[in-house]
Design a protein around this ligand. Structure first.
Ligand SMILES: [Zn+2]
Length: 101
């Protein structure tokens, strides 16, 4: 019909999407379902871990202190910042800062 009603429909769809899916994944540390506005599709985010120098040094110290090498990967993952990406278009949809353990 008219362009106006088309726009109205889109707004309704948009609000339903916002209700059902997160569009920003800030503060979430695991892959999470979100709605990608670039793809116009719901996706599961892909997480990339960012290791800062301080994180690395801190983890090395911890590792030497405990002498439990198995803890290192876990520690590195916990301390690192996490960035959520759309697996298809690589758009950044969220960010979580690492915790100091
Ligand atoms: Zn996408």
């Amino acid at each position: 019909m008219s362009e106006h009603s088309h726009l109205m429909d889109e707004n309704v769809v948009q609000s339903q999407i916002n209700f059902k899916y997160k569009t920003k994944l800030n503060g979430i540390s695991e892959p999470y379902e979100f709605y990608c506005f670039t793809c116009n599709q719901p996706r599961i985010s892909r997480i990339e871990y960012t290791y800062s120098k301080a994180t690395f040094i801190w983890c090395c110290i911890l590792c030497f202190c405990t002498i439990i090498l198995g803890l290192l990967p876990f520690c590195m993952q916990k301390c690192s910042s996490k960035t959520h990406y759309c697996p298809v278009c690589d758009k950044i949809v969220g960010h979580t800062d690492g915790e100091l353990c």
